[in-house]
Design a protein around this ligand. Structure first.
Ligand code: NAD
Ligand code: LMR
Length: 347
């Protein structure tokens, strides 16, 4: 009896506990750029997600090694690694049957760079990965992490449109890290648990395009108007720079980003299998500011079995937040149009 109890205890301890879910599922998730600073911890977290049954890892280097390592973890996801010239087959083989494709491939920032400075390198990486996805897995949900997100997501749309397989409900720029940061920083001020501290963050994913709606958080009154509010907004908008500076030339946020992407992926997987009422902020093809040239806009989105179920309106916001949005929208329009123009000229 003692042995049985021990086994039961061990079994329980070995259950993945990061994500709460009890349902059975069958989801095939691919990570492109899986050997990178984000790719490796993200793949680890996805291996720990009971909703993932097939985990396909692709990178231009090392993906079979990462897959062999992660594959020894005794969770259900069957893990396979693919490299461009590997025996398992390359990118297209990796994407066969993929239902969710997460893309953290591309170069990260160094101190002194903006995310837009990554455009020249990352635009073509994302375009080429999107082309393969549009060909092999045209119905997959595309989760784009590669920066500059404000521009890479429109590039993916144009590639899918050109291939005649675009579905606006299935394309997401992952902005969950902004929401994660806003929750952490506000809870640091209010003292409330981070899990109870929900701050919608709308707009885009760089500098002034990141617009935290602190007035919509339950703890908003704990932030003093004036300097404390302004510092908090600045910290959320430039949280990425804080990490880039601290890493001192070795890259940008990887671990918190992997966590944020794993959270978003889990939310999407739960919605895909029919769980209701799941909302996340994400950068999606949105009607909210389209009349101002902003085809993509992050806001709270209800997820459903087809991907985007409903894009929520911004809701009531403060005067300060109106000003933040006024600054965000023209910048975002430039970023979106830059991606569309570039991929038009470089198909
Ligand atoms: P990294 O350099 O550590 O990893 C990138 C990986 O991509 C590498 O393993 C590289 O081999 C791989 N890669 C390059 N070209 C590829 C291709 N054509 N196909 C497949 N894989 C390819 O960088 P990182 O720190 O993991 O960051 C990756 C990207 O994510 C950067 O653009 C960064 O700016 C961005 N990022 C976004 C957010 C966000 O909130 N959306 C947060 C952090 C970082
Ligand atoms: C972040 O917000 O941490 C990422 O977009 C990476 C970066 O360049 O700051």
């Amino acid at each position: 009896a003692a042995r049985n109890a021990l086994r039961a205890g061990l079994r329980q301890a070995q259950q993945p506990r990061m994500f709460s879910t009890s349902a059975v599922n069958n989801k095939n998730v691919a990570v492109l750029g899986a050997s990178g600073g984000i790719g490796q911890p993200l793949s680890l977290l996805l291996k720990n997600d009971p909703l993932v049954t097939q985990l396909r890892l692709f990178d231009v280097r090392l993906a079979p090694g990462v897959a062999a390592d992660i594959g020894h973890i005794n969770t259900p996801a069957v893990t396979t690694g693919y490299s461009p010239d590997g025996a398992e087959g390359g990118l297209e083989k990796c994407l066969e049957g993929a239902e969710v494709i997460v893309i953290p491939a591309g170069v990260p920032r160094k101190p002194g760079m903006t995310r837009d400075d990554l455009f020249n390198t990352n635009a073509s990486i994302v375009r080429d990965l999107a082309k393969a996805a549009a060909k092999v897995a045209p119905k997959a949900h595309m989760l784009i992490i590669s920066n500059p997100v404000n521009s890479t997501v429109p590039i993916v749309r144009e590639v899918f449109k050109k291939a005649g397989v675009y579905d606006a409900k299935k394309l997401f720029g992952v902005t969950t890290l902004d929401v994660t940061r806003a929750s952490t920083f506000l809870s640091g001020i209010s003292g409330a648990a981070p899990s109870e501290t929900i701050v919608p963050v709308v707009g885009g994913h760089s500098g002034v395009t990141i617009v935290p709606l602190l007035s919509q958080a339950a703890q908003s009154s704990s932030v003093k108007a004036g300097e404390q509010y302004e510092k908090l907004v600045h910290r959320i908008q430039f949280g990425g720079d804080e990490v880039v500076k601290a890493k001192d030339g070795a890259g940008s946020a990887t671990l918190s980003m992997a966590y944020a992407a794993a959270v978003f992926t889990n939310s999407l997987l739960r919605a895909l299998k029919g769980e209701k009422g799941i909302k996340e902020c994400a950068y999606v093809d949105s009607p909210l500011y389209k009349d101002q040239g902003v085809d993509f806009f992050a806001s709270a989105v209800e997820l459903g079995p087809e991907g985007v179920k409903e894009i929520n309106p911004i809701g009531n916001i403060s005067k300060e937040e109106e000003k933040l949005l006024e600054a965000a929208v023209p910048e975002l329009a430039k970023n979106v149009q830059k991606g569309i123009k570039w991929v038009g000229e470089n198909p």
